[in-house]
Design a protein around this ligand. Structure first.
Ligand SMILES: C[S@@+](CC[C@H](N)C(=O)[O-])C[C@H]1O[C@@H](n2cnc3c(N)ncnc32)[C@H](O)[C@@H]1O
Length: 79
């Protein structure tokens, strides 16, 4: 496991694929177009079957092509 600082709104150094992405209580700061772009980037980085966890006060308005709601604030990329 590696820990690094990351600005979600700029280029990312990591390539993935990731089995899980935790992005909790961060998207609340962003407007809807920014949120949609971020979710789309998360989808690209997730492995098939990978999980996206967001905060309990958050919802994804548009989950894109491949993310499915699997539980409260828990989404899975189709495999
Ligand atoms: C409400 S805190 C949530 C912290 C933690 N994820 C949690 O659930 O306890 C929001 C966090 O979003 C971070 N944040 C805001 N804008 C960001 C950005 N553009 N890139 C990365 N992190 C950002 C802030 O630094 C802050 O740590």
């Amino acid at each position: 496991m590696t820990f690094k600082q990351l600005n979600l709104l700029t280029d990312w150094p990591m390539k993935g694929p990731f089995d899980a992405i935790f992005c909790r209580n961060v998207m609340i700061y962003f407007d809807n177009p920014t949120k949609a772009r971020l979710v789309s980037r998360f989808q690209e980085l997730l492995a098939p079957g990978g999980w996206l966890y967001i905060g309990h006060s958050e919802t994804l308005l548009d989950t894109g092509r491949s993310l499915r709601l699997k539980g409260p604030t828990t989404y899975q990329k189709e495999g």
